[in-house]
Design a protein around this ligand. Structure first.
Ligand code: GLV
Ligand code: MN
Ligand code: MN
Length: 413
């Protein structure tokens, strides 16, 4: 068989996705596989079994990233394929898992057909891409690339009070493979688009040229508790009201800056009693822009609004930075390789910008990187309704396979 005729097995890939989706399955058809939870451990165990069944040695690094390298004929830096297996708490079956399992399907296909690459081909599942339980997001890839130290990662405390280092040990994924030991030749990530563009246009392949930057902030507003019935409306220090005013101003902030997004994803008030004016409100804001100057402008404007609204509302506000990942351009050569592979395989494609964050934007700082997107039905993601068709996965995984082969080189067919 000619290498150009090689194709992945769609049914096998789909079956693996179905099996992975049982780990952390929720009754509404979604997945809750929060980083380092019991469900995450189950998903990791399954993935490691699959890698070992391929005869690969599995390495777990110091922050729990799972890595396997299929040797090439030459002992050179590997072409690395990756994504993540953790999900948000109301996640779907595809975000992250589609990329990891498409990578696994690439390795299975090569093994089955006895195809040897020149460069080694690696597969990685990064720890805590989502940042849903532990902030920051892209945590494992940041440690992999040396942006965060191992000690910094271990010391991150989750919303539930747990520590990353302790949870890694508890689930058996505190490995000893050194973070940063591998410097890839290139990095590829297949992912669902998580937005509506490809689905609307009926285009099967998106080629990511750039990935949005994001800034995550937590705002703690402090007022004074008092009686809800006896305290006059003009004599209150209502933390919830001030926080709500700040949140309500986000659409206006976003519309004043081109391509800006602004979202409050978490909001809590204390004491949380019907007849008590809240003394404290804590909320998060997710700011995104593909342009670094605009992202900074959004943060500056947001900070000014917080000050202005809190002083008008007679409360105090403190802002904590939870995470910042700058926008990132993908590598033009890898983008071109993906584009020509899509053309050769007769899949229409479109270049695009990712509005979601990805491990790829961290990897892009240390090696040539690009991403392959497949359509998300109705653009829905971070939801149990997330769906991509088997045909979409097939197209994406075939493009991933041949892009990896072009970058790694083929030794013998
Ligand atoms: C990752 O899923 C993100 O928040 O974009
Ligand atoms: Mn993802
Ligand atoms: Mn996600």
């Amino acid at each position: 068989m000619k290498v150009s005729e090689l194709r992945i097995q769609t049914a096998r890939l789909w079956q693996s996705l179905e099996e992975m989706a049982q780990r952390g399955a929720t009754p509404d058809g979604g997945v809750c596989r929060l980083a380092l939870s019991d469900a995450d451990k189950e998903g990791r165990d399954l993935f490691c079994d699959w890698l070992r069944n391929l005869g690969l040695t599995v390495q777990i690094d110091q922050v729990g990233n799972i890595l396997a390298i299929r040797p090439g004929s030459q002992d050179e830096a590997p072409v690395l394929i990756g994504s993540h297996l953790d999900t948000v708490s109301t996640g779907g079956r595809f975000d992250g898992a589609a990329g990891v399992l498409a990578g696994l399907e690439v390795l299975r296909t090569l093994e089955e057909k006895g195809i040897r690459t020149r460069r080694p081909l690696g597969l990685v599942s990064f720890t805590n891409e989502e940042g849903a339980r532990y902030t920051t997001d892209m945590m494992g890839s940041q440690a992999f690339c040396g942006e965060l130290s191992v000690e910094q990662v271990w010391a991150i405390r989750g919303l539930d009070g747990t520590l990353v280092g302790e949870e890694l040990r508890r689930i058996g994924y505190a490995g000893d493979f050194p973070c940063g030991a591998i410097r890839p030749y290139a990095y590829l990530e297949l992912h669902i688009e998580q937005g509506p563009q490809l689905d609307r246009a009926g285009i099967p392949i998106g080629i990511v040229e750039a990935i949005t930057g994001l800034t995550w902030l937590e705002v703690i507003v402090r007022g004074a508790a008092n009686h809800a019935g006896t305290t006059p409306m003009d004599n209150r220090r209502d933390a919830a009201l001030a926080a709500a005013r700040i949140v309500a101003s986000l659409p206006d902030l976003a519309s004043s800056i081109p391509d800006q997004r602004a979202t409050c994803g978490r909001f809590s008030v204390a004491p949380g009693i019907v007849n008590v004016i809240p003394h404290e409100a804590i909320f998060t804001v997710d700011l995104r822009n593909g342009d670094p100057a605009r992202l900074l402008e959004a943060e500056t404007q947001f900070r000014a609004r917080v000050q202005e609204i809190s002083s008008r509302s007679n409360v105090l506000a403190e802002i904590r930075l939870l995470g910042h990942v700058p926008p990132q351009r993908c590598d033009p050569q890898v983008v071109s390789v993906i584009e020509s592979v899509a053309t050769d395989l007769a899949y229409p494609s479109r270049r695009m910008v990712s509005g979601a964050g990805h491990d790829a934007q961290i990897l892009a700082r240390i090696c040539p990187t690009a991403m392959i997107f497949i359509p998300s039905r109705d653009g829905v993601s971070h939801s149990p309704a997330e769906y991509s068709t088997p045909e979409a996965l097939e197209a994406g995984a075939n493009v991933l396979l041949h892009t990896a082969l072009r970058l790694a080189g083929v030794e013998r067919a």
